[in-house]
Structures are given as C-alpha cells and as structure tokens.
Design a protein around this ligand. Structure first.
Ligand code: NDP
Length: 252
C-alpha cells in the first residue's frame, strides 16, 4: 500500500531542507527522484544522499521563476526516467519587511517563487501525471497559510494562495486520477529559518514556547507525510492542507 517502486518524483527545492526531507521519504518508499533547484553543489550533494538510500536520483538545474526552465526540467525528467508520477512543489523563499515599506520587486520575487511556480510546474507536469493513472501533487504551504505576521505580507499571501490553489487543482484533476494536497510545516530548522533566527532574536524562544512538541521540526519529520500522500494509501485524500507542526496550529 505504501510502495512507490517504479514511480518517479520531481521535487522542487529538493536539494536541502524540507525538500530533501520530502525527497528522502519518497526515496525510502522506492521512488526515483529528480531534484529541481539552482545551486549545483547542493544539487550534487542531495543526489549523493538520495543514492546512498538506494534510490535512483538525478538533479536538473532549475529556476522555478523561469517558465522555460520549468518546461526544460520536466522534459529532462521524462528523458531520464520515462515517466512522472509525483510532483512536489516545495521550493520557496521569503523576504521580510513592513507592509508600508515592502518593495514591489521583492513582492514579485516571493509570489513568483512560492505560488506562481506551483501553477507553472503543475501545468507542465499535468500530461505526465494524468498518464500515470495515479498522479500526485504535494504543495508546500506554511503556518502563514493560516496565520498572519507583520513582516510577511508577500510570504503569507503566497502561502495562503497555495492552499486555495491546492483546493482548486484537486477539484479540477480528480477525474484524471490525480490527488492534490498541501502540507503546512510548523517551524522547521533549515537554512531559511536559521537566517530568520539570526535576524529575529526572540524567534527561537517564541517558537519553543508556542510549539506543544517543544522543539523545532527537522527535515526528517517530512519523510512520512511525503511517502503517505504519494502512496496508493492516500488515493481518496485530495484538496487537504495537513499541518506538520508539532501542534503549533492547535495551541490556544
Ligand atoms: P531552504 O532555504 O533550505 O530551501 C529552499 C529551497 O528552495 C532550496 O532547495 C532552494 O534551492 C529552493 N529554491 C529557492 N528559490 C528557487 C528557485 N527560484 N528555483 C528553484 N529552486 C529554488 O528552506 P526550507 O527547506 O525551510 O524551505 C522549503 C519550503 O518549506 C519553502 O517553500 C518554505 O516556504 C517552506 N516552509 C518552511 C518552513 C520552515 O520553518 N523552514 C515553515 C513553513 C514552510 P536553490 O537555492 O539551490 O535553488
């Protein structure tokens, strides 16, 4: 029921952090992985890590803010592995500032990276997901899909959008046998949040105080949800947004 042998996953931002956690979960369940990200050294290291798990893995240099790069990366996946069953829209970024000072170019960078990329990648992947007969899309949201924070207008708008995009896509593609779900990470220890912790001295204490599990999440915490949502076991689960947050979102 949870076996992904023979299935191929395309993971944006799969070269580190949560993306590599998601990719590792899929690889451990038997899937072949295409890592789609920009940094060549991180791409190579992630491929080595995934291969060490026994998976077939490759990387393709991809900038998900560039539609042509996305199209080329999906084509490279089909050329290498011959099929595509699982799309993970994970790559993301954040630029923090007060709304009244927020730069328009920064807004576009965040929304293009976090939201528009998911639509473009899903569109490019659709014929292959449909052909597989059991296509899966997993979109990465955030606690800022459901909460607000004062320095995060573009990030919160993009991550809120991911949840509604997930619901709309789920309704559109259910008849094609494709499920579409979002995951909503709590506070996870990655490069992204290490920078935030440096910039916001109170963040670490606030996260630990608010998270019932009393710890930061790790990329490994995402292995199980990826393998589950991609598997036949989750065939009737679509349009959901599942927190992976140590209880953060239910803490009163
Ligand atoms: P990382 O900074 O470790 O990962 C970000 C990933 O996105 C990297 O692999 C990066 O690769 C890739 N990426 C960024 N921009 C682009 C681009 N233009 N084209 C292709 N790839 C790109 O952070 P996280 O693992 O924390 O973040 C992963 C996702 O999880 C994001 O969507 C983030 O919003 C989300 N998230 C994280 C939380 C946390 O607490 N850490 C909480 C909630 C959500 P490269 O630079 O090589 O291209």
């Amino acid at each position: 029921m949870f076996d992904l042998s023979g299935r191929v996953a395309f993971v944006t931002g799969g070269n580190g952090g949560i993306g590599l956690g998601l990719a590792s979960g899929l690889a451990k369940a038997g899937a072949k992985i295409m890592v789609a990200a920009r940094n060549p050294a991180k791409n190579a290291a992630a491929v080595a890590e995934l291969r060490a798990l026994g998976a077939e893995a490759e990387a393709t240099h991809t900038d998900i803010t560039d539609p042509a790069s996305i199209t080329a990366a999906i084509a490279a996946t089909i050329a290498r592995f011959g099929r595509l069953d699982i799309l993970v829209n994970n790559a993301g970024t954040n630029i923090r500032n007060r709304p009244e000072a927020y730069d328009e170019a920064d807004w576009h960078t965040v929304v293009d990276t976090n939201l528009t990329s998911a639509y473009l990648t899903a569109k490019a992947a659709h014929p292959h997901l449909k052909a597989s007969g059991h296509g899966r899309v997993i979109n990465n949201g955030s606690m800022l899909s459901i909460f607000g924070m004062p320095l995060h207008i573009a990030y919160a708008a993009s991550k809120g959008g991911i949840v509604q995009f997930t619901k709309a896509l789920a309704t559109a593609w259910a008849a094609d046998g494709i499920t579409v779900n979002a995951i909503l990470p709590g506070w996870i220890d990655t490069d992204l949040t290490r920078k935030a912790r440096g910039d916001m001295p109170l963040l670490n204490d606030n996260v630990l105080a608010r998270t019932p599990a009393k710890r930061w999440g790790s990329p490994q915490d995402f292995e199980g949800i990826a393998a589950f949502l991609a598997s036949d076991a989750a065939a009737f689960i679509t349009g959901t947004a599942i927190p992976v947050d140590g209880g953060y979102s239910v803490q009163g």
